[in-house]
Ligand binder design. Sequence first.
Ligand code: SF4
Length: 170
Amino acid sequence: MNGVDEELIKKIPGLPIVMTTAEWAINAGRSNSIWTLTFGLRCCAMEMMATGAPKYDWARFGLEVPSASPRRADMMIVAGTVTKKMEPVIIRLYEQMAEPKYVIAMGACAISGGPFIYDSYSVIKGADKIIPVDIYIPGCPPRPEALLDGIIKLQKKIMKQKFRTVKEHK
Ligand code: SF4
């Protein structure tokens, strides 16, 4: 070590010291303990459930047990077709989530309406038409590996989050 007495360093209680920023430490905590509000709307929900089940086991990535309450959820996974009938429900639950909050749009329907993009009187052409979406996962349906990849991308996004840029979703 450049000019530093290593023996002396070893005698100092509490060393070696890990230096970091509060921002990094809090982001690390947030990204590795995400509470999920699962919002299964159609067939994509089957793949979402499989991702949380033992074979794919999203708990390995720090996700907690899916929550039935938006008040303690950090992330909503919109998995499936967003119908106009469900629009007020999704918006209401999203608004009940505390900041900072995140949304994953899982599957073609949640991204753009999927097979219902044309000539549908009842389908909204993507979850981002009604709430802000952070991560898009294409597929019809996406496999569990794709959802896990999206979760990892969200974790990386959370790690880069600056406190001063945490946005208020309205
Ligand atoms: S994207 Fe495909 S699998 Fe997913 S909800 Fe739509 S039709 Fe079903």
